[in-house]
Design a binder for this molecule. Structure first.
Ligand SMILES: C[S@@+](CC[C@H](N)C(=O)[O-])C[C@H]1O[C@@H](n2cnc3c(N)ncnc32)[C@H](O)[C@@H]1O
Length: 444
């Protein structure tokens, strides 16, 4: 199969199985042996199409004799791939984008579709796309098409952050995030790993807000596998969650929403693999990933168990020095990694997720020893799931208070907030995933 055929397969599979794009992409990658160049090209195609789907559809509609609903789903995806290459990938000659799309439609579809695909793409080449200026009088409609966010979600951004900040955040959500890893300090140091990677032809840059992170440039999947005992792929924003809990060797730590274990293993590294970590998750199957990650990194202090964190467990009452709650959330901070989040139905109906977060907090508060610490974190930038959620909790639980975080790498305005007990990161200003971490101390 050619790279474009594989890309079409991934798009179709993600749509028809209601799958997650990144999981389908990884599954296809594991099942085949693509060259690093092909793997990168396929990724660019499928993530690019997802990031820009509504915009691409708008252009296809403006250049097609058929309404979108009348176009067969496979043909629509062939067109999206073609238009994406024409408008977003400078290195692909236009004639190659068109002829490859035509030959794909000959292989994958029936009848006269090849002629139709050819006509639409040639029209896109002639017109240069479509004129968005008639949409400009309505910011929500305009941003929705320009940045490919459904109108309901675009409205949420505009109402929450104002027009100009919303524009910056929507644009940042369409960027390709850098590859960031956390160094396994049980086995190496940041500098040592950077030198090893450099010798293997991979350039690195230190993360500014943490002392254990590196950005990697030019690392193929194969190279990533080669060094997998020495690092964990994790954005620097996520590294701040375990760091903010500041676990120490010998501590008893609970991680109640643990899978796939990115933060659990970080806790263990900070504890020098000494003490105990009880890691649970609602989904038993997902806990395998935690055990696998621990094995890969040489960690032995994690015990996993399936459990619903919203259900009280009296056996855990006041056993923990530290508790991490990396709760399920709307995920609005990681759209650049998972662009399919944008199109999730009812994405802005927050009531259910807010209620789960509240229940988990209310259950977990009982597990913290007096004087102990609870860290609440999310990968969203929705204020009601973040500070809103914490303030509501503190109002009902005066025996907890926000506790200053000690992180010498955080400066400026962010340091003021860390001193007050929380950190907020945004993809537009911090070149990081949108993330929220809050450190709470149980007074009595
Ligand atoms: C943000 S993810 C956790 C990511 C993880 N901490 C890491 O760093 O790799 C949230 C997790 O909460 C789990 N979850 C959802 N509802 C839950 C519940 N009621 N109790 C426990 N876990 C839950 C999900 O299965 C998911 O693995």
């Amino acid at each position: 199969m050619t790279a474009r055929q594989v890309a079409l397969e991934i798009l179709t599979k993600t749509e028809t199985n209601h799958g997650y794009l990144n999981l389908v992409y990884m599954e296809v990658l594991k099942a085949n042996s693509f060259s690093p160049l092909d793997a990168a090209f396929i990724k660019e195609l499928v993530f690019g199409v997802y990031r820009n789907k509504l915009y691409l559809d708008y252009i296809i509609r403006a250049n097609s004799s058929l309404r979108l609903k009348k176009i067969e789903p496979t043909v629509l995806n062939i067109l999206r791939l073609g238009v994406y290459q024409i408008l977003f990938m400078d290195k692909i000659p236009d004639h190659a984008a068109v002829s490859e799309a035509v030959s794909l439609s000959k292989k994958r579809s029936r009848g006269r579709t090849a002629g139709f695909v050819n006509a639409v793409l040639r029209s896109v080449l002639r017109s240069g796309g479509a004129d968005l200026s008639p949409l400009k009088k309505d910011a929500v409609k305009y941003f929705s098409v320009k940045f490919s966010y459904p109108e309901e979600l675009t409205s949420f951004f505009v109402n929450t952050f104002g027009k100009s900040r919303a524009e910056a955040l929507l644009a940042a959500g369409n960027e390709t995030p850098p590859l960031c890893v956390r160094v396994n300090i049980l086995k190496t140091t940041r500098q040592e790993l950077a030198e090893k990677l450099h010798r293997a032809g991979i350039e690195t840059k230190e993360t500014p807000f943490t002392d254990c992170g590196l950005y990697l440039f030019g690392a193929s999947e194969q190279a990533r596998r080669e060094f997998s005992a020495l690092f964990t792929v994790q954005d620097q924003s996520s590294q701040l969650a375990a760091l903010s809990l500041s676990p120490e060797p010998g501590d008893t730590v609970l991680d109640l929403c643990a899978a796939p274990g990115g933060k659990t293993t970080h806790l263990a590294e900070l504890m020098e693999n000494c003490g105990q970590i009880y890691a649970s998750d609602l989904y038993e199957k997902r806990l395998h990933a935690v055990n696998e990650a621990a094995k890969r990194l040489g960690i032995t202090i994690i015990k996993t168990k399936q459990a619903d964190a919203a259900e009280p467990n009296p056996a855990l009452r006041q056993i923990a020095d530290k508790v991490l709650l990396d709760v399920p959330c709307s995920g609005l901070g990681i759209i650049r990694r998972k662009p399919d989040i944008k199109y999730k139905e009812h994405i802005t109906d927050f009531d259910e997720i807010l209620s789960v977060q509240q229940q988990i907090l209310n259950t977990a508060k009982e597990y913290v020893k007096p004087g102990g610490i609870l860290v609440y974190s999310t990968c969203t930038i929705n204020p009601s799931e973040n500070l809103g959620r914490v303030h509501a909790f503190l109002k009902e639980n005066p025996n907890f208070e926000m506790d200053a975080m000690k992180n010498p790498h955080i400066t400026g305005e962010m340091a003021q907030r860390a001193k007050a007990g929380f950190i907020e990161l945004f993809p537009d200003t911090d070149n990081s995933d949108g993330f929220f971490v809050c450190r709470l101390k149980k007074l009595r």
